[in-house]
Design a protein. Structure first.
Lengths: 268, 286
């Protein structure tokens, strides 16, 4: 009995430690994002840096968004057609493609693509800046490092993620039309009128809400991980940057899927 | 090993250096800092006079950079008091922090230049972000600072394309563009060969006189530091074990000072002894 208790106590202790570390990390992340957003009111010449961040996050990720959006639409068109064909409902292909894209696939896949391209780059850049003391240099110059480095990225994500998601939807719908109408013979008029009938204002609002939420969360996570690359245990220098970047991408991807479930369950 | 200051006490451009003899600009009292249960700094205390070059010497790992980072608010000391221009510094107060950063600059060991910004943008950065000056005035001051540090032609170049010495000067240009009263130098000659070490210390001395700032340098280069400094302190075992002028340092009988100061001679004697021993062994073999 005593021996069993002696084994259980360290297990409970380490579980408690794990939980406390996670809760502390969550609080720290919340403070980090809060400070960064608050710094928007005190940072000088912010507009130029926001525009540059929009360019970095948006324009550089454009090709990958277009390609993934097109192929997602093509596959949805194909799969949807063969499923609906069983019930003689090919006319609903536009409904299936559009609702799948607008409600779920576009915000999630666009966010995942943005994390892979812009998020990982951000985490690595901030990690290197931490390593080479550029962040410390900003502080010694009296420049708020959150406001200078993180705030523009967060604000840019509020524009970029919804815009890229909208673009993903548009290209995806054309992809669905391409495979459904051009290759499989669904009438284009039927396809596009089904799209028009199916998508309602609340679907678009849900889509944009998801895009904005994913943008803030993922860019916040990537920035947080890169900014605190020096805190990573048992890794310094390039290894710390590498670990921070990997962690940023993994946590962001999981967060996107978890947040997607949470938002959908509240809105449906 | 007498080592008087190599430059006269007035600015090289004829402008008198900004000195008020005897006025203490920085006073450190009872500063403690530890990491993971190990004390790196133990009750460190010293004063720096306005307009002087004050050097903290010490072997690698003695806590020199930690000391400098505590003074520049990059690290938080565990306890202790720092007085700047007579006022107790409280870095928790935003106004005190901002005022201190306006009046002081920091030169990092690795220069900490922004790779994605040109030389001119690097120098403009503190003015852009901490002042309300217009774009033309910021540009004028940045170009002026670059020219003063003989980097006038390099404004459009990125730091990675500049030589090590030019990067050091660029970092100094960024540090002085805000016209600070005090500049902290963290191991300014780390990893440089003796010729470049001399050049960097000469640069610090030259521009310190030109601009009149107070310099606080941490380094382990004894000879060069003694040549340019007005005062030196030796950090050992987490505390200051010696403080005084370079002349005092040169004649001090303190055992730690002697071992640090005379280490090149001791190495030479040891090598001579080794060679002699080797010669004797060879003779015996023959």
């Amino acid at each position: 009995m005593v021996a069993a208790c002696a084994i259980r106590i360290p297990v409970i202790g380490s579980l408690g430690n794990f939980a406390l570390t996670r809760v502390r990390g969550l609080g720290d992340f919340g403070i980090f994002v809060g400070i960064s957003l608050g710094a928007a009111f005190s940072t000088r010449r912010l507009a130029g840096r926001v525009i540059r961040s929009i360019y970095e996050q948006g324009l550089r990720c454009l090709p990958v968004i277009l390609i993934v959006g097109l192929f997602t639409g093509l596959v949805l068109g194909l799969q949807g057609y063969y499923v609906l064909n069983r019930f003689g409902s090919e006319g609903l292909l536009g409904t299936l493609v559009s609702l799948s894209l607008v409600r779920e696939m576009a915000p999630v896949l666009a966010a995942l693509m943005l994390v892979g391209q812009a998020g990982s780059a951000l985490a690595a850049e901030l990690g290197i800046q931490r390593n080479s003391e550029q962040i410390a240099a900003l502080e010694t110059m009296g420049i708020g490092s959150h406001g200078y480095l993180v705030t523009p990225r967060l604000l840019a994500s509020l524009f970029v993620f919804p815009l890229q998601t909208a673009l993903f939807v548009t290209v995806g719908l054309w992809g669905g039309s391409l495979s459904g109408s051009l290759l499989l013979g669904v009438d284009p008029g039927v396809y596009w009128s089904a799209v028009e009938r199916a998508v309602e204002g609340k679907d678009v609002r849900e889509c944009l809400l998801k895009a904005v939420t994913f943008g803030l969360l993922t860019i916040g996570i990537c920035a947080y991980q890169g900014f605190h690359a020096h805190r990573i245990r048992q890794a310094t220098g390039a290894r710390a940057v590498s670990a921070a970047t990997t962690r940023a991408v993994v946590i962001s991807c999981i967060t996107i899927l978890a947040a997607d479930y949470a938002i959908t369950s509240f809105l449906v | 090993m007498s080592a008087p200051a190599i430059f006269p006490p007035t600015g090289v451009d004829g402008r008198p250096a900004n000195r008020t003899p005897g006025k203490v600009l920085l006073r450190v009292e009872e500063l403690w800092k530890g990491f993971g249960g190990r004390d790196v700094l133990r009750s460190v205390a010293f004063t720096v006079q306005q307009g002087s070059i004050f050097t903290v010497l010490g072997p690698s790992g003695a806590g020199k950079s930690v000391l400098l980072k505590c003074l520049a608010n990059v690290e938080q000391p565990d306890s202790g008091r720092i007085f700047f221009d007579g006022a107790l510094l409280d870095f928790n107060q935003r106004s005190a922090r901002e005022s201190f950063h306006r009046r002081c600059s920091f030169l990092f060991q690795g220069n900490a230049l922004f790779d994605s910004l040109t030389a001119e943008q690097n120098v403009s950065l503190p003015l852009e972000q901490t002042t309300s000056l217009g774009r033309s005035e910021i540009r004028r001051r940045a170009v002026e600072a670059l020219e003063q540090l003989e980097l006038g032609e390099c404004g459009e170049q990125f730091p990675a394309t500049l030589s090590g010495g030019m990067q050091k000067r660029l970092a100094l240009a960024r540090a002085i563009v805000t016209r600070p009263e005090m500049v902290f130098f963290d191991e300014p000659t780390a990893g440089l060969d003796p010729l470049r070490r001399n050049a960097v210390f000469a640069m610090i001395a030259k521009y310190q006189l030109m601009f009149g700032f107070t310099a606080l340098i941490v380094t382990h280069d004894v000879v060069e530091a003694l040549a340019v400094s007005n005062e030196v302190a030796l950090l050992h075992g987490g505390g200051i074990c010696f403080g005084g002028t370079p002349a005092d340092f040169a004649v001090s009988t303190h055992p730690v000072v002697r071992s640090f100061r005379d280490s090149p001679e001791e190495l030479r004697s040891m090598l001579v002894g080794l060679r002699r021993g080797e010669d004797i062994r060879k003779e015996e073999d023959e």
